[in-house]
Design a protein around this ligand. Sequence first.
Ligand SMILES: Nc1ncnc2c1ncn2[C@@H]1O[C@H](COP(=O)(O)OP(=O)(O)OP(=O)(O)O)[C@@H](O)[C@H]1O
Ligand SMILES: [Mg+2]
Length: 285
Amino acid sequence: MTEAVVHIEDFSYKYPYSEKEVLHNVTLKIFDRDFLLLAGASGSGKTTLARAIVGLIPQFYGGEYRGEIRVFDMDPSLTPIYKITEQVGFLFQNPENQIFMTTVLRDIVFGMEFRGFPREEMEERVRWISRELNIAHLIGRRTEELSGGEKQKVALAGLMVLKPRLLILDEPSAYLSPAATKSLLELLRRLNKDLGLTIVIIDHRLDLVVKYINRIVVLVDGEIKLDTDVRSALQENLSKEYGVNMPVISKLYTELKRRGVYCGTPPLDADELVSNILVDQEGGG
Ligand SMILES: Nc1ncnc2c1ncn2[C@@H]1O[C@H](COP(=O)(O)OP(=O)(O)OP(=O)(O)O)[C@@H](O)[C@H]1O
Ligand SMILES: [Mg+2]
């Protein structure tokens, strides 16, 4: 059986000075090598849950919480954040808040310098991540000159050089074109498969991410309302019930099924749908 790397048990949370709880009785296990989409309408608590996993809640934000979280056997409410971030990379919703050095190179190596990595190791890891993220041309640049998408890649590079076991990305598509989002997702898939990196992605663009994930967890007003594998999720109308925009491919699937044209498994993209229909037809006639 796959091991859970994050255990969240009956976790509830309220920000300081705020009237109401933002998370209620959240229970969730994240398993080793999951590629999990955390979805939900704006304000449903996705970012808050991510902050709790990396310890920013309660260590930075304060507030009141109940329940328990374990992340790689650490208690994120008590473990120093720099210890947690060696295992868990968290790409913020706004990369402006994550880049604080003046040059790209200094920003990427900051975490390694702080931890006293030997120079050769730092150089090797910078070369590795520059290749992986295709950012070698940015290394000598000043961070203030970068575009939003470039800043996001630099922030991601700074997290990845620490070789975390879990990576949480908060709406990475917000600053990227669909094509750039796709290439980021391809990279994440490679890191997930080759390095065994566990990934939690928060994103509204289901049409772009469904092909890459294995699991969908949906938050509604701070409660987990759905936790299922991706194909089962595509058979449900999440838009109506949970305020999640369903990808076009799942609307197409529902319609073709209603018309009796196709009754196979829900496809993750158009190519898969077409080839399934062709196989169906050959099999049928
Ligand atoms: N620092 C804070 N102090 C007080 N309330 C906060 C704070 N940050 C977020 N909230 C509130 O907590 C609720 C959940 O916010 P959160 O940012 O976790 O939602 P989200 O699902 O990430 O939304 P989005 O999709 O817009 O990013 C919202 O009502 C928000 O206003
Ligand atoms: Mg958010």
